[in-house]
Write a protein that binds this ligand. Sequence first.
Ligand SMILES: [Mg+2]
Length: 429
Amino acid sequence: MKQPLFALIDCNNFFVSCERVFRPDLAHRPVVVLSSNDGCAVARSKEAKALGIPMGAPAFKYKDLFRQHGVVQFSANFELYGDISDRISRLLTEITPHIELYSVDESFLDLQELDIPNYTAWGQTVRQRIMREIGVPTSIGIATSKTLAKLATEQVKSLPHLRGALDLITGSVEDRANYLRATPVRDIWGVGGRLAPKLKAESVFTAFDLAGMSPQRAQQLMGIHGRQMVEELKGTCCLPLEKMTKVRQTVMHGRQFGEDTNDMRVLEAAVASLTAKAALRLRSSALLARGACITISTNRLKPGYQRVNRYLTFMTPTADTGVITQQLMTALGTMYNPRAQYHRANVLLYNLQPEDSLQADLFGDVDLVASSQSRHRMQALDAINKRYGNNTIRFAAEDLSRAWQPKRLLSSPHYTTRWADLPSARVSL
Ligand SMILES: [Mg+2]
């Protein structure tokens, strides 16, 4: 068997980079993206990091600094980021179908079946292609284990002379050792803030030190996970690629409201909209749900915190927004307490199965006729929304109120997913 070979493609400051795709004027300015009702920074440009703005910085605390340095703020525009992430995945899938979508901005590629004479040059070509076709800068690390590939991308980000790609396979042993020495133990994939102090107590300060630890000792300290980390840092693959063919287990959509509320119409509108999103996600993965759970809660930080759940089972597994919404509304009615000020709602669909595996059961509880009608109805709805834009046709309950929507006062347009938000260009001849 050939030795495993991984590339990690990691987008730089992903949310900020997505905003810059359509705002090239922001190229060298400090930019932050805010989440949770514009409460805190969830992404920062290089320039914003240099100003000392930490991850999760509360916007109100840094208001003066933002103003003083002209920091440009955006409300998180997840529709845009999700779409750009999908475009990058599609491009990478053209390079190889052996891909693991690890997070919204990181993918591992298995390079074993590709014929690559020079890994660094290959990495730089991929990077340039993503930049040219999508407009997002990336860092690429190439190694024989995922942990080393991850370490390589972190080095790439801090060393501009690497020009975006680092190959830990071809170089000399001494070169590789130096990159490991330059990586603090806290920054190793899988270590983090909890294990770092334990390792420092053992005089393990860098990735190089950890690679030199005996696997037995690592296992005593951190369990099997620690042993794997040591092996992976030495270049032995213990964590194989997790393909995207894995069947999804649950779909969840949740929202914190713009303001706390006890208005039943606001709750109904929120639950209807969250259900519509979750059911659409099911249909686009060709799945049906047998179970749903709805949760509403008050603010955890205020006195008298309440959180209520209801679980529902569908006799006929379904992905029909109308059917699921109707049942969740009934459940909501039984959970609602008029004296509570609700802060958040979640809709979870679980017990999922592929839509083509639906079978009639012995007792006739599964209604195949209704199920096929429902499937056609949803196909028509999705086709119209795909053609004319999201939410062109929707369930009336979604429109009972907009008051639940989180505050996103600084959001950029939905450039790539709404016709009305398409950017315009002026050309003068
Ligand atoms: Mg990233």
